[in-house]
Design a protein around this ligand. Structure first.
Ligand SMILES: *[C@@H]1O[C@H](CO)[C@@H](O)[C@H](O)[C@H]1NC(C)=O
Ligand SMILES: *[C@@H]1O[C@H](CO)[C@@H](O)[C@H](O)[C@H]1NC(C)=O
Ligand SMILES: *[C@@H]1O[C@H](CO)[C@@H](O)[C@H](O)[C@H]1NC(C)=O
Ligand SMILES: *[C@@H]1O[C@H](CO)[C@@H](O)[C@H](O)[C@H]1NC(C)=O
Ligand SMILES: *[C@@H]1O[C@H](CO)[C@@H](O)[C@H](O)[C@H]1NC(C)=O
Ligand SMILES: *[C@@H]1O[C@H](CO)[C@@H](O)[C@H](O)[C@H]1NC(C)=O
Ligand SMILES: *[C@@H]1O[C@H](CO)[C@@H](O)[C@H](O)[C@H]1NC(C)=O
Ligand SMILES: *[C@@H]1O[C@H](CO)[C@@H](O)[C@H](O)[C@H]1NC(C)=O
Ligand SMILES: *[C@@H]1O[C@H](CO)[C@@H](O)[C@H](O)[C@H]1NC(C)=O
Ligand SMILES: *[C@@H]1O[C@H](CO)[C@@H](O)[C@H](O)[C@H]1NC(C)=O
Ligand SMILES: *[C@@H]1O[C@H](CO)[C@@H](O)[C@H](O)[C@H]1NC(C)=O
Length: 650
């Protein structure tokens, strides 16, 4: 039996090897593939909801002599401010000269643009460039934009300009290529598609290891193939950390370490990523193997019984256990979890009991959620009665970096309890950060990040799950912050899939509930939008959703900012409402006002007038941009005078 397994493993390994040989084209091999379109990358037509457009994305760019060795001129080229590049690129000195080849991540607003009905739509960042003496479309796209666009595409988007006769001073659109992730990519945690120009020394695996992506993801995302100097899209879950190359004032030659992405990655992270890929493949192998076992079990049940192993035995004991228990609930649960048996770890009750010291008070996080350590890994364990099936059903459908991940579950039929085991999110709830005594407060930049993360998570469940999921209980205590202070939405206990249903049984949390739900029980994605608006108010004001006298924050704020007041008056009132701890920072009034306006729109009485999460994500990214812009402008907002120290921006 063991021999036969070994045989299968080696067969599988061999087929993987062949698979990778076939699928890892070297740039020279890639030339034989279908050539990508030099005029741009097609996108799914007009901006329909759910298509993912528009989105914020990034281009990978290198500083180059002589014109683009400082963030100011690179920023002008891409219509962004210095801090907007310095921040994602980890540049600590945004004002000084950069080393040649300094790698940078440049933010782009990526949209899908309709050209004409025969040509269709292409996705790009609409950057406007003023023609200077000696410029040609080719020169500017190949050298200033470093092949992140092509002259052919520039011609397509500037039908009125004659390429051979460009007037100095006219403004032309340079369509820097970009793509927004689709549903499948988002489900795989590929939140960003970095625009990257393939260099002669690259191969797919070196690009993947530099950016922390997977070779197969890159190949899938660029299915038309690519050659040297083509722009490709590298799917990643987050941007890697770049290193600032020190500038040698005595004009040393450019550091060779920075010349190719392969070597500048740092050996350790490279190895770790390599290891992760190998482990991933091994994991896949294991799953396949398990699948085979299950398949074969059907064929010859008894023969396999001895080799099934721990995992399978656990599943069987789980099946056995569920034979008892409340019949009706159990039937429902079984129907819903039977699909997840492969996806999730089935824990044993003893394991959980040990991990939480017999569900001791000292391990209690909140409500019925305990912290427990199993095999050195920390988890959050939620104890429930038999009503877990709704949450399980929803959680098995969703998978996104801004949603708390379910790791496994456990059924304890003696007590008729069900336990859901989640990833442990280190930094606790947003509620505790905003409303409990802490020495460290969230600054505005962090708050904007939190808002953006939650909006992304909600956009995902609203737009990218079928049927759509409504969380129904968005509030600051259900938003958790991880070690990097990125936010994750937790507690899908009340969530509903399917929308426009009417419920008689009103659930939710006071201060966050949308009026139409309270009045008529109408469940729609717009009720999450309302609750999200309340969370935005908490972020701005630092006040709780309901005050001591039971008055909802949303009502008071909406009343204070009634329609029709002047912008000036709005600014004055905003300063009165602002969280005291934000007063000590240099803030962009524009950014604050932007978020306030989003919050007010979310709180509209009429659910149809509230924006969708797609609109909100876009609007928030604008507020993030205007926040980054502060250090460049000298705004004479009274808020700026409240600054205490020399820090230029948050
Ligand atoms: C996209 O919108 C434009 C105008 O807004 C319209 O003319 C065109 O037919 C639309 N195209 C598609 C594919 O829906
Ligand atoms: C960078 O330049 C801007 C404007 O040129 C200035 O306001 C800011 O203080 C400078 N920052 C640093 C760190 O020198
Ligand atoms: C490039 O795109 C245009 C417009 O969508 C299309 O007509 C043309 O056939 C494409 N060419 C290739 C080589 O894919
Ligand atoms: C691109 O930007 C220019 C100026 O910034 C604007 O006039 C034009 O309408 C924009 N085009 C698209 C397709 O958004
Ligand atoms: C852009 O691509 C062209 C070939 O199409 C190449 O000659 C040129 O060197 C590239 N530019 C840069 C900055 O690499
Ligand atoms: C559509 O746009 C392409 C590229 O600019 C152009 O070649 C083609 O003639 C246009 N077709 C129509 C019907 O306008
Ligand atoms: C070039 O453009 C200018 C102004 O746009 C025009 O006066 C001139 O006649 C054009 N030259 C040619 C050769 O088309
Ligand atoms: C990819 O490039 C790296 C470094 O340039 C090299 O070590 C590796 O062998 C290459 N892989 C393939 C499949 O060509
Ligand atoms: C998303 O894009 C990937 C890569 O291009 C493709 O394989 C997948 O089918 C797409 N998914 C959807 C839902 O369009
Ligand atoms: C930023 O860059 C510096 C060196 O330039 C490096 O030491 C540091 O680890 C980087 N990481 C972050 C998160 O800033
Ligand atoms: C800078 O370059 C000079 C000569 O080019 C060299 O002597 C010196 O060690 C370099 N300094 C650093 C910090 O690399």
């Amino acid at each position: 039996m063991r021999n036969s397994i070994l045989h299968h493993v080696s067969l599988l390994l061999f087929s993987f090897y062949i698979f990778f040989l076939l699928h890892l084209p070297h740039p020279s091999q890639a030339q034989n593939l279908i050539q990508p379109n030099t005029t741009g990358y097609q996108c799914p037509g007009n901006q329909t909801t759910g298509s993912g457009y528009p989105c914020r994305t990034y281009a990978f760019y290198r500083a180059s002599a002589p014109n683009f060795l400082d963030l100011a001129s690179i920023g002008d080229l891409f219509s962004v401010s210095r801090p907007m590049i310095a921040d994602p690129s980890n540049i600590s000195t945004p004002n000084s000269t950069l080393a040649p080849n300094q790698p940078l991540f440049i933010p782009l607003s990526c949209s899908c643009n309709f050209i004409n009905s025969t040509f269709g739509s292409i996705s790009y960042a609409n950057l406007s460039y003023t023609i200077k003496k000696g410029d040609t479309f080719y020169q500017v796209s190949s050298f200033s934009y470093m092949n992140l666009t092509t002259f052919q595409s520039v011609e397509v988007v500037n039908p009125t300009l004659i390429p051979e006769n460009l007037t100095i001073g006219v403004s032309a659109v340079f369509p820097v290529f970009c793509k927004c992730p689709n549903t499948t990519q988002l489900q795989n945690g590929e939140n960003i598609l970095i625009s990257y120009v393939v260099q002669p020394s690259d191969n797919v695996s070196s690009i993947a290891s530099f950016f922390g992506s997977k070779p197969q993801s890159i190949i899938d995302a660029n299915s038309k193939g690519f050659r040297e100097f083509d722009t490709i899209f590298v799917p990643v879950s987050r941007l890697r950390v770049l290193t600032q190359i020190p500038v040698n004032t005595s004009a040393s030659p450019p550091s060779p370490a920075a010349a190719t992405p392969v070597t500048s990655g740092g050996d350790r992270t490279g190895t770790v990523r390599g290891l992760a890929i190998v482990l991933g493949i091994l994991g896949l192998l294991l799953i396949l193997l398990l699948g085979m076992w299950v398949y074969r079990e059907r064929l010859s049940k008894d023969r396999l019984a001895t080799v099934i192993g721990d995992e399978e035995r656990r599943k069987q004991s789980f099946m056995k256990e569920t034979k008892k228990g409340s019949k009706e609930e159990e039937a429902k649960l079984m129907a819903n979890v039977s699909d997840c048996l492969d996806k999730y770890r089935v824990f044993e009750y003893e394991e959980l009991r040990e991990a939480t010291h017999d569900f001791d008070q000292s391990c209690l996080i909140l409500g019925s959620v305990y912290k427990g350590t199993i095999d050195g890994e920390v988890y959050a364990i939620k104890k429930m009665k038999w009503n877990a099936y709704e949450e399980l059903k929803i959680l098995q459908k969703v998978n996104h970096g801004n949603l708390v991940k379910l790791e496994g579950f456990c059924i304890d039929d003696d007590e008729a309890n069900c336990y859901l085991v989640y990833e442990y999110v280190e930094n606790g709830s947003l509620y505790s950060w905003l409303h409990e005594d802490r020495t460290q407060r969230l600054n505005w930049k962090m708050r904007l990040h939190v808002a953006m993360d939650v909006a992304n998570g909600l956009q995902y469940i609203h737009e990218h799950t079928r049927p759509r999921v409504v969380h129904k209980d968005i509030k600051s205590s259900n938003i958790l912050l991880d070690a990097n202070m990125r936010a994750k939405i937790a507690n899908f206990g009340l969530a509903k899939s399917g929308i426009n249903a009417i419920t008689m049984h009103i659930v939710g949390t006071q201060g966050y509930i949308a009026p139409e739900y309270l009045a008529d029980g109408v469940v729609s994605t717009k009720m999450d939008v309302f609750s999200f608006g309340v969370v935005l108010l908490e972020l701005i004001t630092g006040k709780e959703a309901v005050d001591d006298r039971g008055n909802p924050l949303s009502t008071s704020v909406v009343r204070a900012f009634e329609v029709g007041i002047s912008e000036q008056e709005k600014g004055r009132r905003l300063r009165e409402w602002l969280d005291g701890s934000l007063m000590r920072e240099t803030l962009s009034m524009e950014s604050l006002m932007g978020v306030l306006n989003i919050a007010l729109a979310c709180l509209h009485k009429d659910p149809t007038k509230r924006p969708s999460m797609v609109d909100i994500v876009y609007a928030l990214s604008k507020s993030e941009e205007s926040n980054f812009d502060t250090s460049d402008d000298t705004i004479d907002s009274p808020l700026v005078s409240a600054r205490t120290g020399g820090s230029i921006f948050l």
